[in-house]
Design a protein around this ligand. Structure first.
Ligand code: GLN
Length: 292
């Protein structure tokens, strides 16, 4: 028997994370303990004197050990909020990031038809496509990924959304469809109003890939060739063909890549409409329109 209270477990877990250099040790300890107890974090403060069972104690300690080893919190609790949605995530998909929400917000401001046909390329967990489907229930939204595993994650997120929502409450009239394909190679000419993507864009040799949370994320979702722009070049070229005239292309990119991405999309026959920044004020996405 460990015979410790919830508060003692919290203090001990926080100390272990802090000793490992985690900046938000207290918050992370709360999140992991609440996850094991299947309760909101407020439970830890409402019932500080509860004696923790050995089983719960062991489960918490195992998660703390994994976090100390660097595994991202989102993978440990298999969840990350994006937009208004709690999304299921696992190690087959990139952890959704707030900078991508900025691009979603920009796209929702565009003048797009009510029956817009949109595709999210390299959808990963489905963060972008799920946000679009919830915000624009009448759109036809497609999640496309090269690999089957991320599409299973999207499928689970769609099922979870269906389970969570009352039928008349913010439920997309059409659920996102899934397509396993390399970018737009399987798509016809002029069939989309919107192509949106958070593609891999980090340089293959960037040492940042071997630090922090990124070590645990799928390399195929992060890195794209020597200059990080290989996939963006490919998407821009294919999007010109698969977008209707007047359709939009929205691409996330690295903070130092905006000028190059502008060159790539202009070279592919687009007119740049917006140079977007993320919440840190860094250049983060480009919105461009296909013209005749
Ligand atoms: N924005 C991510 C990062 O820099 C990279 C994601 C991506 O390559 N699409 O951590």
């Amino acid at each position: 028997m460990f015979d410790i209270t919830l508060t003692q477990l919290l203090v001990q877990s926080t100390a272990a994370l802090a000793a490992a250099g985690q900046a938000s040790a207290r918050l992370e300890a709360e999140v992991l303990i609440a996850f094991v107890f299947k309760k909101p974090r407020s439970y830890l403060y409402a019932y500080p004197e509860v004696v923790v069972s050995d089983m719960h104690c062991q489960q918490v300690n195992a998660l703390i050990d994994e976090r100390v080893a660097g595994r991202p919190i989102a993978y440990l609790v298999q969840e990350r909020d994006f937009w208004s949605l709690p999304l299921y995530v696992n190690e087959q998909v990139l952890i959704p990031r707030p900078e991508t929400e900025c691009m979603v917000e920009a796209v929702l401001q565009l003048s797009l038809p009510d029956d817009c046909v949109a595709v999210d390329l390299g959808s990963g967990s489905g963060a972008i496509v799920m946000a679009l489907a919830v915000e624009r229930p009448a759109w036809v939204c497609l999640a496309s990924d090269r690999f089957a595993e991320p599409l299973q994650v999207v499928k689970k997120n769609i099922d979870d959304l269906l389970g969570a929502q009352a039928p008349d409450n913010g439920m997309p009239a059409r659920l996102p469809m899934l397509l396993q394909a390399e970018w737009l190679s399987a798509c016809a000419e002029a069939c989309f109003d919107l192509v949106i993507s958070n593609p891999p864009y980090i340089e293959d040799a960037d040492p940042y890939l071997d630090r922090g949370d990124l070590r645990f994320e799928p390399r195929s979702a992060l890195a794209s060739g020597a200059d990080g722009l290989g996939d963006i070049r490919c998407i821009a070229k294919q999007a010109r063909r698969s977008l209707k005239l007047g359709g939009y292309l929205a691409l996330e990119h690295g903070y130092a890549q905006q000028q190059q991405v502008v060159g790539i999309v202009e070279g592919a026959g687009f007119e740049v409409k917006e140079l977007g920044r993320d919440l840190a004020g860094l250049p983060r996405y480009v919105v461009a329109q296909s013209h005749s």
